[in-house]
Design a protein around this ligand. Sequence first.
Ligand code: ZN
Length: 508
Amino acid sequence: MSYAGLIEVTGRVNDFLNAGSVLSWDARTMMPKAGAGSRSKQLATLAVAARNLLCSDEMKRELDGAEAEVSGTASDSPEARIVAQVREAIDYHERIPTELLRRKTELGAAAHEVWAEAREKADFSLFAPALTTMVDINREMAQAIGFEEHPYDALMYRFEPGTTTAGLKTLFARLREGMIPLVRAIADAEKPHSDFLFRDYPVDAQMQFALKMAKRIGYDTDRGRLDTTVHPFEVSFTRNDVRITTRVATDYMPMSLFGALHEAGHAMYEQGVDPAYTRTPLATDLISLYAVGGVSFGAHESQSRLWENHVGRSRAFWANHMGDIKAAYPGILDDVTDEEFYRAVNRSEPSFIRVEADELTYDFHIMLRAELEAKMVDGSLEVADLPEAWNAAMKEYLGVDVPDDAQGVLQDVHWSSGQIGTFCNYTIGNIMAAQLFDTATSENPGIQTALDGADYAPLRNWLTDKVAQHGRRYTRDELLENATGRALDPEPYIAHLTRKFTDIYALS
Ligand code: ZN
């Protein structure tokens, strides 16, 4: 019946979620394949336990007491925010009927196999019935959760609270206006050489170099570790145990390096959360039920993209570290200059596959998905017409003809598991990354000077101060306004891409 009691019970919710994260990390790095069946049941049990404890009578009693106790404190105090967030999370989860959740989980398990077969045969019609049911379930979810304007808003709420379909429409239109001319100009321009990125790079050397560079930018390995996986991810079990993964291809080295820098960016966010918030709702996402300190999926992505693209793919970075990478791969890069390397890792080319897309073309893959999802959810696009709509958008945005459904509409796993509404966070992350980097370097010229001299501490400290330390105390937009003086603004991102690619491709 008190704030202290609320912290105790929410701490146990955090424990359930962190235990799930450990099992999930293990499943994606160490577990033998045969463990998958039992592991998915174990994870589901922990997720249900966390949800049930969150919505329990015990929690509600403590919440009532806590609300009375903190009623006099400032509305943005950590205590007031914790109480408000627990109330909001209970309300959110109680609106979704457990029977609907069960149907979604069951269909997700079955639909995954159907999707895998359809993708193998490059035949969307095999997956269409399952996707139709999945879209219907998501529409029911949207109705249950509630929304003001568009049912898709309700689905995005779980990942990127405050984002609306109408807001995305304006944002995407501006991005397209700024970026399509660049994509078109580059299609006709001469590409930088990049053949040396595809030489034979030993696996062990790649892992050592990836870890070395992650540490170099500030990832704390006393509170983390790097492992290999198929789809790289970062996961935190508290700010004192934040792990990253990367993937290694012997014939394409940038994957391991930039994967590690990206995940290190995510990890530094979690490692930088105020220690006082450990095990509290300010380091626990009670809506999406992940034990993370990041305030939204997009905010999280902003930190990974910032370190990967604005630092790791910068000219200064390679002017400083070309010697390091040559030493890591003796004899392999002797004929390559730092400028050639910088240009090669920024090569841009329209492609069909999202996960292989470069910095300039990536957002088109996201816009396309978010727009099609919104139309399926509001019923203006029939699932049967999805491949045609997909291929038309790829042609319009990137100028490419999709050869088949496997390289088009069937490429992502998300829809098979029923995840609709997650894609926008990647583009929001890119926009936030540029906005934060622009403010950091323009208001503090010393930060850029330090980067030019391979000193990453001033930028890291600024990001910890403005973003990471706050955990989930502020909303994404409050965080952005406090840090940069304004809400989400695509202009610094468009300016960054224009500057960088105009220079690399010698466009006029
Ligand atoms: Zn990421």
